[in-house]
Write a protein that binds this ligand. Structure first.
Ligand SMILES: *[C@@H]1O[C@H](CO)[C@@H](O)[C@H](O)[C@H]1NC(C)=O
Ligand SMILES: *[C@@H]1O[C@H](CO)[C@@H](O)[C@H](O)[C@H]1NC(C)=O
Ligand SMILES: *[C@@H]1O[C@H](CO)[C@@H](O)[C@H](O)[C@H]1NC(C)=O
Ligand SMILES: *[C@@H]1O[C@H](CO)[C@@H](O)[C@H](O)[C@H]1NC(C)=O
Ligand SMILES: *[C@@H]1O[C@H](CO)[C@@H](O)[C@H](O)[C@H]1NC(C)=O
Length: 269
């Protein structure tokens, strides 16, 4: 009898351990839906396996690492994945590390990722992500590594990222970011993981550790354009000046009175 109780308790414990977390399930099924997988890297992400992704510490899914029955690491780099990052990724509330780098993901970085309060590593580098870097990411207070290099992100680097005191590596190079580098990030330059290489490759980003704002760089094309334009303008102006002068002298020449005066001034021979 007590043995039966023990067995029942054990079964219950096992069930609890194996039962899929509804948040993780929502997270993974939305992720699966919003990704395209032309290379078949997610072949074994079947509905059955992502509805129970974790078996205690064991995961059935490629790229998923589990801890105590919860998804805590997602690593799917270099799988030629297309599609977008769904806001529901934020339902993997125990996620500590998210690596979707070196794929073909497009669309925006969802600001909802700010709900991942345990996130320490965010690597979305080498994709085709666009839009702004969400300032909301500053809520992920444990963020240690942010690697967003090699995307098409635009707009300014949010000042709020400077509030991430644990941030040890930042790479936003090779995007389309603009504006000044936030002072709180700039003044970490020199510590490991923070230097000019973190910011290069963004044409309109400026300020230490990059060079100061350019005097809105006149490109060679603009200079040639201005040269040609002013050349043409002065040509037109001098041409019309000559025309006006000719017309004026013509009119004076054909005025009868003037003609008389002129002939009066002419010496007689
Ligand atoms: C899914 O693929 C990974 C890596 O290839 C493998 O470790 C895992 O056992 C597979 N899971 C299933 C359920 O086939
Ligand atoms: C799951 O994520 C969505 C999108 O961020 C959010 O609206 C929803 O509240 C989340 N669900 C839970 C249970 O946290
Ligand atoms: C992010 O992922 C890329 C490509 O998978 C890798 O080369 C890079 O080292 C990672 N970034 C960090 C900071 O670990
Ligand atoms: C960075 O800037 C902040 C605020 O301006 C300042 O408190 C801090 O001492 C600076 N750190 C360094 C290393 O210069
Ligand atoms: C920046 O730091 C990285 C390592 O953190 C190093 O490989 C790179 O050479 C440094 N770049 C500059 C310009 O100092």
């Amino acid at each position: 009898m007590s043995r039966r109780h023990l067995a029942a308790a054990f079964a219950a414990a096992l069930f609890l351990l194996c039962a899929a977390d509804p948040d993780d399930e929502r997270c993974l099924s939305h992720l699966h839906q919003s990704l395209s997988d032309p290379a078949g890297g997610l072949r074994n992400w079947t509905k059955a396996s992502f509805s129970a992704p974790c078996d205690g510490f064991f995961s059935h899914l490629q790229g998923v690492t589990c801890n105590n029955g919860r998804v805590y690491k997602l690593a799917l780099p270099g799988l030629s994945l297309g599609g977008t990052i769904p806001p529901e990724l934020s339902n993997c509330t125990n996620l500590q590390s998210l690596d979707l780098s070196a794929n073909a993901l497009s669309g925006a970085i969802p600001p909802e990722l700010s709900a991942l309060l345990n996130l320490a590593v965010l690597n979305l580098s080498a994709n085709a992500l666009s839009g702004a870097i969400p300032r909301e990411l500053a809520s992920c207070a444990y963020l240690n590594i942010i690697d967003l290099h090699g995307n098409q992100l635009s707009g300014p680097i949010p000042d709020e990222l400077g509030l991430l005191v644990r941030l040890s590596t930042l790479d936003v190079s090779y995007n389309r970011l603009s504006g000044p580098i936030p002072a709180l990030l700039a003044n970490r330059t020199g510590s490991v993981g923070f230097n000019a290489s973190s910011f290069v490759g963004n044409k309109n980003l400026y300020g230490y550790p990059l060079p100061p704002m350019r005097t809105r760089g006149l490109s060679v094309l603009a200079i040639v354009g201005i040269g040609l334009g002013s050349g043409l303008l002065s040509l037109v102006l001098s041409f019309s000046a000559v025309c006006l002068w000719l017309r004026a002298t013509d009119r004076t020449a054909t005025t009868p009175g003037e003609e008389g005066k002129i002939s009066q001034l002419m010496p007689d021979y």
